[in-house]
Design a protein around this ligand. Structure first.
Ligand SMILES: *[C@@H]1O[C@H](CO)[C@@H](O)[C@H](O)[C@H]1NC(C)=O
Ligand SMILES: *[C@@H]1O[C@H](CO)[C@@H](O)[C@H](O)[C@H]1NC(C)=O
Ligand SMILES: *[C@@H]1O[C@H](CO)[C@@H](O)[C@H](O)[C@H]1NC(C)=O
Ligand SMILES: *[C@@H]1O[C@H](CO)[C@@H](O)[C@H](O)[C@H]1NC(C)=O
Ligand SMILES: *[C@@H]1O[C@H](CO)[C@@H](O)[C@H](O)[C@H]1NC(C)=O
Length: 165
């Protein structure tokens, strides 16, 4: 319950972040609804401040639009789970759920990227066939990293040293 109370505390700030990503969110209209939700969840209790924010502190480290969309796709899912157990007969709960659900749908490609990242961590690198395939792709992987304009200069230099590209 503390987790839920706490996450609701930062919902409005999350919505502002989302608003930058998805302009169609009507934040001003949602603000009233979020205030009502905060009251439902007792988000003004003193323990809400304990240990700092759950989401917002970390979010400032995610600066690029595409990476922000990936983390938002996960955060929005968490809010939907919280709201799923909340009384949907209340108009403000339905409003917020609908907005978040629409947002989640617009972030579905980003959810897939996250899923791919999870898959990647589970790749069986001890498997000899996987190793053959991986080594076969190594040069192209580094080449693609070199294409990323936003990647660090160090990475680019590394790639340029290894291939004449
Ligand atoms: C929320 O629902 C109320 C009542 O149905 C409506 O008047 C209001 O405009 C809705 N707000 C949003 C953001 O959809
Ligand atoms: C909010 O506080 C009231 C009164 O203490 C309590 O009945 C209710 O269950 C609380 N709601 C949540 C979601 O914690
Ligand atoms: C954010 O990034 C800074 C600098 O890269 C790092 O020192 C800090 O630990 C990061 N904070 C979080 C919450 O990830
Ligand atoms: C909401 O709850 C229902 C029933 O408990 C479940 O089937 C559904 O998958 C849940 N949805 C989300 C988004 O968690
Ligand atoms: C992740 O792995 C599962 C199981 O192998 C697969 O069905 C799914 O398509 C993969 N997802 C992505 C985005 O690669």
């Amino acid at each position: 319950m503390t987790f839920q109370t706490y996450s609701l505390f930062v919902l409005s700030i999350i919505m502002i972040y989302s608003g930058r990503v998805e302009n169609r969110l009507n934040l001003l209209q949602l603000q009233d609804d979020i205030d009502k939700l905060k009251a439902d969840f007792n988000s003004s209790r003193s323990d809400v401040g304990d240990g700092g924010p759950i989401f917002t502190g970390r979010l400032s480290n995610w600066t690029e639009r595409n990476e922000k969309r990936i983390i938002l796709s996960q955060i929005v899912s968490m809010y939907l789970k919280i709201l799923n157990n909340t009384d949907q007969s209340k108009a403000h709960v339905r409003n917020i759920s609908e907005e978040l659900y629409t947002l989640k749908q617009s972030l579905s490609d980003d959810s897939k990227k996250m899923e791919y990242l999870k898959n990647l961590t589970e790749l069986q690198v001890n498997d000899l066939k996987i190793q053959r395939k991986a080594v076969n792709e190594l040069f192209s992987v580094l080449q693609k990293l070199g294409d990323t304009t936003s990647s660090s200069k160090r990475k680019r230099r590394l790639v340029q040293r290894q291939c004449k590209c």
